[in-house]
Design a protein around this ligand. Structure first.
Ligand SMILES: [Mg+2]
Length: 220
């Protein structure tokens, strides 16, 4: 019987593209050194270099300074990102309705995210997600990263559920879907516009509101 649901954060609960676009536009406004470049050009290039979060921003800022011919301090830009990104965090449509629904069914909820502890924790707080989740696993804090199946074991142990009593929902074919299946959980792929779909997802959803009917069918 289904007891617990684990979620990825970036691209699954957090609309990272929209959040990063809003942050980059705000940082541009506050950084006159870049104003010889048009704002949409700056924002677009920021998002390209970021590669959906898989490139850390030390490299992104060094490239932006170099490409736009700016003599600047990448470390100050990075420090601004670390402290200010969370102010621009937005969740995907239907996020809170879905979480209330799942909690109303008595399910244990967890987040399993790769990333830096303080940064991810700040983003989770900014979205108000601590109120809905029983446990939050961040790779840096635990010394384990997806796709290592042990990170799912750890999360489930804390939630008091076995793998066959749990689902993982995420947008990354390997880190979320394939890895969760290997750890013995059911896996739901949250579709994204990038990359190949996973071969082994149990379900695919495009919107968070599609999750409740799937979960309801698995409950008595
Ligand atoms: Mg993700």
């Amino acid at each position: 019987m289904l007891k617990a649901i684990l979620f990825d954060l970036d691209g699954t609960l957090l609309d990272r593209d929209a959040s990063l676009r809003a942050y980059a536009a705000d940082q541009y406004d506050r950084t006159p050194a870049f104003h010889h470049v048009d704002k949409p050009v700056f924002v677009r290039r920021f998002l390209e270099l970021d590669e959906r979060g898989y490139v850390w921003k030390d490299r992104v800022y060094q490239s932006l300074l170099h490409e736009f011919g700016v003599e600047g301090d990448w470390e100050a830009l990075l420090a601004d990102y670390v402290t200010s990104f969370s102010r621009h965090c937005v969740g995907f449509s239907g996020l809170y309705e879905m979480l209330k629904h799942l909690r109303g069914k008595g399910l244990k909820l967890g987040i399993v995210t790769n990333g830096f502890t303080a940064f991810q924790d700040g983003n989770i707080r900014a979205l108000g997600l601590h109120a809905y989740f029983d446990d939050i696993v961040i790779s840096e804090r635990e010394g384990l990263r997806k796709p290592d199946p042990l990170i799912f074991d750890l999360a489930l142990r804390r939630l008091g559920a076995r793998p066959e009593e749990a689902l993982m929902i995420g947008d990354h074919a390997e880190n979320d879907v394939q890895a969760a299946r290997q750890a013995g959980l059911g896996a739901i792929w949250k579709e994204n516009a990038y990359g190949e779909p996973p071969a082994d997802a149990d379900w695919t959803i495009r919107q968070l509101r599609e999750l409740a009917p799937i979960v309801d069918r698995l409950l008595p």
